[in-house]
Design a protein. Structure first.
Length: 159
């Protein structure tokens, strides 16, 4: 895995968005969509606290990009995210034809943290993006930022 300083800058932003979500009483996840020219086109954070568990930022990116970008623009883009896409988000990403994914913490890391803290597993299987959407280039986890994401998740669960 070869990440650039630009990649790390966008990943740091995803952690900021995750922190913003947690501070607002939501689950700590954040994502950024960057086009081939390096321009941030869309960013969001989790918004599931009101009961719609599909309001993940990666899913919102897929929805937004389907309406605002051409198929070529979507394929040339990168989605940066604080946590690896869940199966729902990985499928949405693949269905709309988005490009590369770079994530800070893996879904397996998140599941391991929950187990360590005595938190029950979530309702959806922990599957790597590449199992759900095998054609997408994926990079992660990113050790430089994993501890920050782990701390946000720890705060989320009060562990």
């Amino acid at each position: 895995m070869t990440l650039t300083d630009v990649d790390l800058t966008h990943l740091r932003r995803t952690v900021e968005l995750a922190r913003e979500a947690l501070d607002d009483g939501d689950e700590p996840y954040g994502s950024v969509l960057v086009d081939a020219a390096g321009q941030v086109r869309f960013e969001d954070r989790n918004r599931v606290k009101d009961g719609d568990e599909t309001r993940h930022p990666e899913f919102e990116i897929a929805r937004w990009s389907a309406s605002h970008l051409t198929l070529h623009e979507r394929a040339a883009s990168t989605v940066y995210t604080s946590g690896e896409h869940c199966p729902m988000c990985a499928a949405a990403h693949a269905w709309v034809g988005l490009g590369r994914i770079v994530y800070v913490a893996s879904a397996q890391q998140g599941a391991d943290w929950r187990a360590e803290w005595g938190i029950p597993a979530g309702p959806v299987a922990v599957l790597p993006i590449t199992v759900v959407a095998p054609g997408i280039p994926v990079e992660g986890p990113v050790p430089e930022l994993v501890d920050e994401v782990r701390e946000l998740q720890r705060r989320r669960f009060g562990a």
